[in-house]
Write a protein that binds this ligand. Structure first.
Ligand code: ADP
Length: 347
């Protein structure tokens, strides 16, 4: 059963275009929806979770029309929203039992089994008698997953679940999530690149309501190989440097400012090649530079660079492959060549 989203758009009454023509096809497994704050992730998640209306477009989960047949979706949906309230004085087991009743598990014995199994699965069995108010952030999130999993959902939506978790809690939570992707479509929305690289077999990058790239993380990294270059740049020289080069990433390592630049060749011999990772992919896509892959935003949907990075000084025109002009053909010959040569490209 796949989730097929076609040309979904949503504008809020205040004029914000939260989703613009979003199309995605999501197979069972872990799918990462990666984007910065305000990108439109929660809006998309809420629409898929039947909590909000879209203006136009369609979404189908197998044969079910997600936007019209809300009851059918809800029967098979597990949703962990970004924010959720819990009764602080109720124990984990009591609360889960209560939610199971609400989800229609009326047989007491079946419910007992469900509650036990979910608490074990989320590693909360030992804490079953504790009040929810005493739970840590990670325990809360795992409890939220336990609730979302009642009734064996086929569509699981988890909105920014790792924000605010400490590293150990984050790892434990992601391990829990990764076990879910075997039978269900699991959509993990996040602004943390590592959540996706550690976990997801497919991903999309969204920014300002538009999908910038839909790909397998590893294939996207592969597509970028040989086109990222690094150099140390003194902090005070950064603005001038950024004006001259297509900088995708600036990192501080041991007090040194390292800059990653995109290009088919190093700008000069002071640069060294970088083995790219998903962060490079993310910032390349966010900058509107094409990786030359299938599943990438078409050139005509790229916003002018000024719109991508408001407040950033732009002293020079963008690099050739960034922000392709509207009349450029969909797949320039150069990109085709790269695509052919990039093993493991996403379909
Ligand atoms: P994300 O989850 O990626 O942070 P959101 O979907 O929450 O993004 O928001 C996308 C855009 O829509 C943002 O500009 C946000 O300010 C705006 N937005 C979200 N919810 C509302 C709302 N209820 N009314 C008006 N604007 C909203």
């Amino acid at each position: 059963m796949e989730l097929r989203i076609e040309r979904l758009s949503k504008q809020y009454p205040n004029g914000v275009h939260a989703l613009k023509d979003v199309s995605l096809t999501i197979q069972p497994g872990m799918f990462g929806l990666l984007g910065p704050n305000g990108a439109g992730k929660s809006t998309l998640m809420r629409i898929l979770a039947t909590l909000q209306e879209a203006d136009s477009g369609t979404a189908h989960l197998g044969g079910v029309d997600v936007l019209c047949d809300k009851d059918a979706v809800r029967r098979t949906l597990g949703y962990l929203p970004q924010e959720f309230g819990l009764y602080p004085k109720v124990t984990a087991a009591e609360m889960l039992d209560h939610f199971a009743v609400l989800k229609g598990v009326v047989d007491a014995r079946e419910r007992r089994e469900t509650v036990r199994s979910l608490l074990e699965q989320t590693n909360l069995w030992e804490a079953r008698g504790r009040r929810l108010g005493s739970f840590s952030g990670g325990m809360r999130q795992r409890f939220g997953i336990a609730v979302a999993l009642i009734g064996n959902p086929r569509l699981i939506i988890v909105d920014e679940p790792t924000a605010g978790l400490d590293p150990a809690e984050r790892v434990r939570f992601l391990n829990l999530l990764s076990a879910l992707g075997e039978n269900a479509v699991v959509i993990l929305s996040t602004h943390i690149v590592e959540d996706v690289s550690d976990l997801c077999t497919r991903m999309a990058i969204i920014d300002r309501g538009r999908i910038r790239l839909e790909a397998e993380p590893q294939a996207a990294v592969q597509a970028l190989r040989g086109r990222v270059w690094r150099r140390e740049v003194p902090r005070e020289e950064l603005p001038a440097f950024e004006a001259r080069h297509p900088v995708i990433l600036t990192t501080l390592a041991a007090g040194r400012t390292l800059v990653h630049v995109h290009g088919d060749a190093p700008p000069d011999d002071s640069f060294e090649p970088v083995e790219p990772d998903l962060k490079d992919v993310y910032f390349t896509a966010m900058r509107g530079i094409r990786l030359g892959m299938d599943g990438e935003a078409r050139p005509e949907v790229f916003a002018p660079r000024e719109e991508w990075e408001p407040g950033r000084e732009l002293h020079q025109p963008p690099p050739a492959e960034a922000v392709a002009p509207a009349e450029e053909p969909e797949a320039p010959a150069e990109d085709m060549a790269r695509r052919d040569g990039a093993p493991g490209d996403a379909a």
